[in-house]
Design a binder for this molecule. Structure first.
Ligand SMILES: [Mn+2]
Length: 412
């Protein structure tokens, strides 16, 4: 991603700002873990989406629109030899300008006078607040909103998050290119598991195969915590303990995604530990595969977003009912436990404005999960779907997904 992408994102946000307003975005701070140790820092994704800077805590982006003139200023931390010796290099002013394309760089110590001077002519202040958070997880923006309401009563605090969600709904070409690379890397990891897995392996050893493939590709941190399980542990949808043992006859499930240039992906595959689909695994896998193929046939601009879920459940449910596994399609929830789609991008469950109709440039997953406890088989087939001008593209088509592709790969 280059500076033009971030400049463009800021320009589009500023277009939506009211005249006589200011907006603040905070990179945030890592929460405390224990004693003097913090959790790894993860910069606020909207801050990254607007600046491209993700390494430094405590940075502030200010945008003002007064008398029709838009001004941007990025406040960074000053160089500090002693602190940098312990915690690493801080992004310097010339680097911050080059990455973000913001020409005015200041230091956080100068931020207060800038803010006071800016808001004296403003009536609206935009702050980026995740309204799904409770008080325990409040960010700087939430706390700052409280300060403003108390001390600047003439300023109307408006949440900028819906505008950012709007912008993030349709992806830029460079985001799609980054996602293709994230998917390529994830594919390497999934192939490593398919070819390296053996009966008796612990789930954490299977995960190690995946992690090693990512690290080899320079991806030190996946887009989200990997879900890797075998056998009955596949019936826990968000399984993170990796403590079970994969046994002969088990289905292995992975729901994983690498990250490249801040853009992630989200891919799930299920495969038999011994590399051969037996009759029952084949039956269920075919239901999921045919449903996925059916959805990729249907999705095109103008297709209703909620139908991605509904139609996949209806279509798959009809097959499962024909097999006698459920009494009727109406009871598909007994075997399909979760929804079939969410948008993917800077966040795995991406912050977007969920559209009524799908449109070109949107990327969301098509996720078909079947959980048949009676047969001891649970897995999901999840791919990322890019809506094009005329239809859609399965971005994950090269990650082994048909029975033949999986069996061929695992035979080698
Ligand atoms: Mn997903």
């Amino acid at each position: 991603m280059n500076a033009a992408f971030y400049q463009n994102n800021r320009r589009k946000f500023a277009e939506r700002m009211e005249d006589g307003s200011a907006a603040l975005f905070f990179s945030g701070f890592a929460p405390r873990k224990r004693a003097d140790e913090n959790y790894p820092f993860c910069a606020d994704r909207n801050f990254v989406y607007l600046t491209g800077i993700s390494r430094d805590e405590g940075l502030i982006l200010g945008i003002s629109k007064i008398g029709g003139t838009v001004e941007e200023k990025l406040f960074i931390l000053p160089a500090d030899m002693m602190k940098e010796r312990w915690t690493g290099r801080r992004t310097k002013a010339d680097e911050a300008a080059a990455i973000s394309g913001v020409s005015k760089i200041g230091y956080t110590a100068d931020y207060e006078p800038w803010f006071l001077n800016t808001v004296k002519d403003a009536k609206v202040l935009y702050l980026d607040m995740d309204e799904t958070r409770d008080e325990r997880d409040y960010t700087e923006a939430h706390r700052f909103a409280g300060v403003i309401r108390e001390n600047f009563p003439w300023l109307n605090v408006v949440n900028s998050r819906p505008a950012l969600a709007d912008l993030r709904t349709v992806k830029a070409d460079c985001e799609i290119a980054a996602m293709r690379e994230a998917i390529r890397i994830t594919g390497d990891g999934i192939r490593a598991m398919m070819t390296g897995v053996k009966p008796g392996m612990k789930e954490y050893e299977i995960k190690q195969l995946y992690d090693a493939a990512l690290v080899k590709n320079g991806c030190l941190e996946p887009a989200f915590p990997s879900i890797i399980s075998a056998g009955d542990n596949n019936f826990c949808i968000h399984y993170y303990s990796y403590s079970g043992t994969a046994k002969e006859g088990d289905m292995v499930l992975c729901d994983v995604g690498a990250c490249y240039d801040y853009v992630g992906c989200d891919i799930s595959r299920g495969f038999p530990l011994n590399g051969k689909f037996d009759e029952r695994k084949k039956i269920l896998y075919e239901c999921a595969y045919k449903t996925s193929a059916h959805m990729f046939d249907l999705i095109k601009p103008g297709y209703p977003m909620e139908e991605v879920d509904r139609e996949s459940h209806r279509f798959c449910g009809a097959m499962l009912a024909d097999l006698g596994l459920i009494p009727s399609v109406a009871e598909v929830g007994k075997l399909m436990w979760h929804g079939g789609s969410h948008h993917v991008g800077f966040d795995t469950h991406d912050i977007v404005t969920r559209p009524k109709l799908v449109a070109p440039g949107m990327v969301f997953c098509v996720d078909i999960g079947i959980y048949c406890e009676e047969w001891g088989i649970g897995f999901r087939l999840e791919d990322n779907c890019l809506v094009t001008e005329t239809g859609c593209e399965n971005l994950c088509v090269k990650v082994p997904r048909t029975i033949d592709e999986i069996e061929d790969l695992m035979r080698k």
